[in-house]
Design a binder for this molecule. Structure first.
Ligand code: HEM
Length: 504
């Protein structure tokens, strides 16, 4: 079955429902027989009911599409309907077209508009563009912002955030946060070698500290002291809350704005305002530090932005976006890799051998050169992100409909990754017989193109350094029932991560 696609819209249709070409000279047009293209209405997918559309499927106890298990829902849709699936009739939402074929995903990404539009986050959009529009003014940041406004902001921060050369300057700062995390594990361990506190929560703190070191060159949030830090819940609980509500509102359960439920709305705004005010406070402090420290290289990421743009507003809004999407993603990714290593002791052993060879002593400093040599470490992260990407799908909005790239389903298929259900970091190592050239669009944990993850370079470095530090110090074990993964709203192991940390 062949569906017509165009560059501007994956699937374009005219008023009669027939496919039409939206853009001339499209690369796709060369391979597509327009005359025989099937109409949009024949794209398969769950049938909407009159009035209720497909929304009822997401209602608890009524429908069987669980928001927390969109991973399984997506797999079912693929098995039932095939490589292109249409989800229509979601109240207040545009139609969505799910793509389960990396070739199709590649075509869409390769022909991306210069101003790609990622759908979702209507609540954050409302906060930035309506509720606090005086504050944001012409700079909306990059999250929930589109068009020229997005491009103008992204181009201001891209050269600092996306250059591996710049991220590499922060290895020392990232290492010191990872060391604090390791010290904290030692402090929290009980006689059974398990933590007295929730490990994921501790990882949230680590990720928050990492973000903070991007904002300020001098001090840290001090979240890892042995005493309880009152700052932590204030920031992190609000970030978590914002993330959960932003996710829920993106899934057509409820919207903010004039139809919002007042208590939820008030709490949501309060949480966003708190983070915004904290960002303002620390950026202003950073600005003062920058003035006094001059133009040395020992400055934070946000101070670099301040130095380049000379506009504190840009740094504040970037910090806010980083806090909103840079904490849970990285902490859940770290939790997921640690869990996979704990349940695959044979792979952990290979990693341990690598790490101990490169860091013979716990005090051997981590350098860029040493990180380069830790190939198996990078492979373990890649393999975890293939099997359990923290963001299981990604999207682009075409003129009217949304296209969702189902990369979780794809990267768990035999067709693209043989022995796809096995945790095999070796498959990513060129020196190993399992290695092969995988489809470059079959596993895209950080997205692709102009809108790809802005924090990728830092997230990768933070994960590598944390894992190297932890594995250097501990053997990790897990002796409880196997955990399923669920969406909360990151794709993460469902249940307390009761890992044992046994000192080497
Ligand atoms: C393992 C950790 C992370 C994962 C898996 C991840 C994943 C993603 C994905 C899939 C996207 C959408 C990309 C697209 O549409 O093509 C994204 C966007 C984004 N990420 Fe990340 N992310 C991570 C960590 C971070 C961190 C640490 C930061 C900030 C410090 C960050 C900041 C952003 C921003 C600002 C965007 C929006 C970019 C834009 O729309 O222009 N992310 N991320």
């Amino acid at each position: 079955m062949k569906y017509l696609k165009s560059t501007r819209r994956l699937i374009s249709r005219d008023t009669n429902g027939r496919f039409i070409s939206a853009v001339e000279n499209s690369v796709l047009e060369k391979n597509v027989d327009f005359k025989n293209a099937l109409p949009y209405r024949s794209v398969p997918g769950p049938k909407p009911l009159p009035y209720l559309g497909n929304t009822w499927r997401f209602i608890p106890f009524v429908g069987d599409f669980e928001i927390e298990h969109i991973d399984k829902v997506s797999e079912r849709l693929y098995k039932r309907y095939g490589k292109i699936v249409k989800m229509e009739g979601l109240l207040g939402r545009p139609d969505m077209v799910f793509l389960f074929d990396p070739d199709d995903i590649e075509k869409v990404f390769r022909q991306e508009d210069i101003l790609p539009y990622r759908p979702s986050m209507p609540s954050l959009n409302y906060y930035k563009h309506v509720y606090r529009k005086e504050f944001f003014g012409e700079h909306g940041g990059v999250i929930a912002v589109h068009g020229e406004k997005w491009q103008s902001f992204r181009s201001k921060v891209n050269q600092i955030m996306m250059q591996p050369r710049i991220a590499k300057m922060y290895v020392k700062a990232i290492e010191s946060t990872a060391q604090e995390f390791v010290d904290r594990i030692e402090y929290l361990k009980n006689e059974d070698y398990e933590l007295s506190e929730d490990l994921l929560n501790e990882l949230h703190k680590w990720s928050l500290e990492c973000n903070y070191s991007k904002s300020s060159s001098r001090c840290s949030f001090g979240l890892f002291g042995q005493k309880f830090s009152p700052r932590y819940p204030k920031i992190n609980k609000r970030c978590e809350y914002i993330f959960l509500l932003t996710y829920r509102s993106s899934n057509s359960k409820f919207h903010f704005g004039k139809y919002s439920e007042p208590p939820t709305f008030v709490k949501y705004i309060e949480a966003l305002d708190t983070i915004r005010v904290i960002c303002m406070k620390y950026i202003n402090k950073s600005l003062e530090d920058l003035k006094s420290s001059g133009s040395g290289n020992e400055i934070s990421v946000l101070q670099r932005v301040l130095r380049l743009e000379n506009d504190p507003k840009i740094a504040i809004i970037l910090a806010l976006d980083m806090f909103l999407v840079g904490i849970d993603t990285t902490s859940n990714a770290a939790a997921s890799v640690l869990y996979q290593l704990a349940i695959h002791p044979d792979k952990q052993q290979i990693l341990k051998d690598e790490v101990l060879r490169i860091l013979p002593d716990t005090s051997t400093p981590i350098t860029n050169q040493r990180l380069e040599q830790m190939q198996y470490l990078r492979a373990c992260i890649k393999e975890t992100m293939r099997m359990y990407p923290v963001v299981i799908g990604n999207g682009r909005q075409t003129t009217k409909d949304c296209v969702i790239f189902q990369h979780y389903v794809i990267s768990n298929q035999e067709q693209y990754f043989p022995e796809s259900k096995e945790f095999l970091p070796e498959r990513w190592l060129k020196s190993c017989h399992l290695y092969k050239e995988y489809h470059p669009f079959a596993s895209l944990p950080f997205g692709f193109g102009r809108r790809m993850c802005l924090g990728r370079r830092f997230a990768e470095l933070e994960l590598q350094i944390l894992l190297a530090k932890v594995i250097r110090s501990y053997s990790i074990e897990y002796h409880h029932e196997k955990l399923d993964y669920f969406i909360h709203p990151m794709y993460t192991p469902n249940g307390p991560l009761k890992l044992k940390f046994i000192k080497r």
